[in-house]
Design a protein around this ligand. Structure first.
Ligand code: HMG
Ligand code: MG
Length: 300
């Protein structure tokens, strides 16, 4: 039997949050409509964060409200605090994500509080989410390196990951935020986390700054991880991790998974169309090798 790998498409959030010129709500909506044609089952729509901090994600609740809903596609919104959660709740969002980090300095820069304080905010969110039957995903950034503190101890990563899970997050995504990790270090990070938590509750979120994302995903697959975040056309970065590039592209991730015989439910042609549309809209060369090769062979 073929094994299923879940892909969480984070382009409309992680991707667009880092664009110099914010896209209009209409363009953000079009990207998500395109992605809905691809067979992707999980799409991050945006973030309910301060528009002063991340103007690119302003009005994500409005965007969510405007989207047609499909029972086969789980939409989610990032919510760092109760204010964000209430915005998501008001538009009927059924899944939110809370986010912290394994590094104190990064947490401070990203959400203006300590790791402990972030958990205090999340406790309120998780309580309210339970009352309203809303799923909560957790994110931990800097699971291998931090742009301010350097290497992060895998034990510290597993501590923060299990704390989020114990609090009630149904799944925790481990963010290799600055894309500096290599597979040997990713292996150690997963070893520490897998000694505390089953693989089915964790996702890999790899940025591709040094071109290592696919190698790191291969390593993660070897250790039993079956959920990965990725970004159409490799969009993205984090506004609080200078120089970090986008996530692994969904296209290249799909090529790896197809080649290894995993099932994803994604239709290549629709994905390539979505990828071409957003690259044209942003007037940007797509960093995905698969997308470029696919386009060339089709035009040949
Ligand atoms: P703060 O300044 O400490 O918040 O920011 P505050 O509670 O003191 O409020 C200050 C102002 O922000 C007030 O407005 C609030 O109303 C407003 P004012 O009175 O000055 O006009 N505010 C909000 N507005 C809208 N929505 C909200 C909200 N909360 C407060 N939810 C805060 C704290 C968390 C809000 C801020 O630090 C923030 O917005 N940070 C943005 C963080 C972010 O989006 N980072 C990128 C996503 S994480 C990521 O990319 C990593 C990941 O991909 C994994 C990986 O790769 O590692 C997930
Ligand atoms: Mg990210």
């Amino acid at each position: 039997m073929t094994e299923f790998v879940k892909i969480v498409e984070v382009g409309p959030r992680d991707g667009l949050q880092n664009e110099k010129t914010p896209l209009t709500l209409q363009d953000r909506k079009q990207l998500i409509l395109d992605l809905m044609q691809t067979g992707l089952k999980a799409i991050e729509v945006g973030s309910c964060v301060s528009p002063k901090w991340v103007p690119q994600m302003a009005s994500s609740d409005e965007l969510y409200a405007e989207l047609p809903k499909d029972p086969n596609v789980q939409f989610s919104l990032l919510t760092p605090n109760m204010k964000g959660f209430e915005s998501a709740l008001a538009v009927g969002c059924k899944e939110v994500a809370v986010f912290t980090a394994a590094s104190e300095s990064f947490t401070q820069k990203n959400i203006n509080c300590s790791i402990n304080e972030s958990f205090e905010k999340f406790a309120d969110i998780l309580k309210a989410a339970k009352e309203h039957d809303i799923k909560v995903r957790g994110y931990v950034s800097c699971v291998v390196d931090c742009p301010y503190e350097g290497a992060i101890d895998p034990k510290q990563v597993s501590k923060v990951v299990t704390r989020l899970f114990d609090m009630g997050c149904y799944e925790v995504s481990l963010g290799e935020t600055i894309g500096t990790a290599t597979p040997n270090r990713v292996k150690k990070m997963w070893e520490a986390c897998l000694s505390e938590l089953d693989a089915q509750f964790m996702a890999g979120h790899f940025h591709n700054t040094y071109g290592m994302a696919i190698a790191n995903i291969y390593q993660s697959l070897e250790q039993g991880i079956r959920i990965f975040d990725s970004s159409i056309a490799g969009l993205g970065g984090c506004p609080y991790a200078k120089g970090a590039s986008g996530n692994v592209s969904t296209e290249d991730l799909l090529y790896l998974l197809n080649g290894m015989g995993f099932e994803t439910g994604i239709h290549v042609e629709a994905l390539m169309q979505a990828s071409q549309n957003i690259s044209q809209r942003l007037d940007r060369k797509n960093p995905s090798n698969y997308a470029n090769a696919y386009l060339q062979t089709r035009c040949a």
